[in-house]
Design a binder for this molecule. Sequence first.
Ligand code: BES
Ligand code: MN
Ligand code: ZN
Length: 505
Amino acid sequence: MLKISFQEPNSLRNKALAIVVAQKAQSIALGPQAKHVDQTLGGALSLAIKATPSFKAKVGQVLSFPVSERKGPDRVVLVGIGKAEEADALTFEAAGAAAVMAMEKDVEGEGALLVDGAGLKKISGPQAAASAAMGAVLRHYRFDKYHSKEKKETTLIKGLVIGVEEFDTAKALFAPEQKVAQSVCFARDLVTEPANVIDPAAMVQAARKLEKLGVEVTVLGQQQMEKLGMRALLGVAQGSDKPPYLVTMSWRGAPEAKEQKPIAFVGKGVTFDSGGISLKPGAGMGDMKFDMGGAAAVVGAVRALAARKAKTNVVGVIGLVENMPSGKAQRPGDVVKSANGQTIEILNTDAEGRLVLADVLWYAQKEFKPKAIVDLATLTGAMLVALGHKYAGIFSNNDKLAASLEKAGRAVDELVWRFPLDKEYDKMIDSTIADMKNIGEGSKAGSITAAQFLKRFIQKDVAWVHIDIAGTAWREKPTETCSKGATGFGVRLLDRLVHEMGSSS
Ligand code: BES
Ligand code: MN
Ligand code: ZN
């Protein structure tokens, strides 16, 4: 993790200095701090801006140049934030991320970033600095533990010191955010690790790490799940040599609250999805190591809330299995009974996520009587067809909960788009031989029929939202605040949702 500190703007002494600059009418606005730097550097900033008409200080745009003044930095990086009065937290996240990217390969040790609060309307100076730090930490994350020394990507930069007035306030604002960032990176690590490293048992170990943060972790093994009749989940696991687990992670940050019922987060944790007997095609199958992205997001979110000591009660529940073909594997055409007594005709063993979630959703409701339940799953390829990578699809029986999630998503740039549920879609999963089948009709409305399947396991009075993160858990191209690969999508979203849902956290 990039090391972050905050200081008095005038006390920055680093060799590399990034400076936030804003757009103003036809020109570029140097704030008072930047002007001061410009003076000490003999007008180097103004000159660079004048000599580079393509630099318009757009959000995240950078202009990097060496300077030769003896006192002061060797390199200056101007980082655009667009119009100061329009800049918000996400603007500064993008700016912080752009600053660290511009410096990462050239700055050994620590770089500096000067955040000028001048002209800001939507955000305070210290909050802007904290957001820039958040963006920098998230963008700096890399996973290169399996590269041998020569092949390692050379990111030299180790720390960022942020110069801002009221730096103490910035530091206090960033402290909880840093816990969230660490948890995002924790989730990204889990998703990136290959399936021979992160198997169901390894996910249990990852969840157990939360115990030292005060989270109560319980683990159900195969026998206990057999006793509970979780044949939907166990049917998926039966083709694999790796035993399945169900893990609960309970954070009680509001033990005195009147409302003791927790919010439940439920995650799909298929540590590898080969498709089972309905085997997937070979091309791209390796991607299916990320099919535990929902579970990783749940572990990450509970970790974030516990680490920042959020005054709220939440429980994370994850179902961990590997979906493999073998002589023991379940077959297309098999009928299984879920823990709540419904029968399911398995017509495609690759539609396994909903089978796992069926029993986990039931267990979460029975065991914790949650006031709301949010599940996350890399559930359907159809989600990628519908929304690509930017938005996750959500499906809900509760307008208020869905709206809170949409709002939370906008605040942290983990966007969600609501899809419909309807009894006509529900009919599409009726089976001739059992209560339901695990696929719909052809490829029609594939993400919705999957959600309708889950809905059959939600009790009437429970507010529920399902998030299909098939497109957002993993990205082939970097984004503003994420290098390519695992995104950790869901950690910030859930953390923010808790905040949105009105507790003092
Ligand atoms: N894990 C996949 C969904 C998926 C596919 C996520 C591609 C991300 C990228 C899921 O288990 C699956 O295989 N779903 C099937 C369902 C179908 C058989 C009804 C799918 O989407 O093809
Ligand atoms: Mn599958
Ligand atoms: Zn899957």
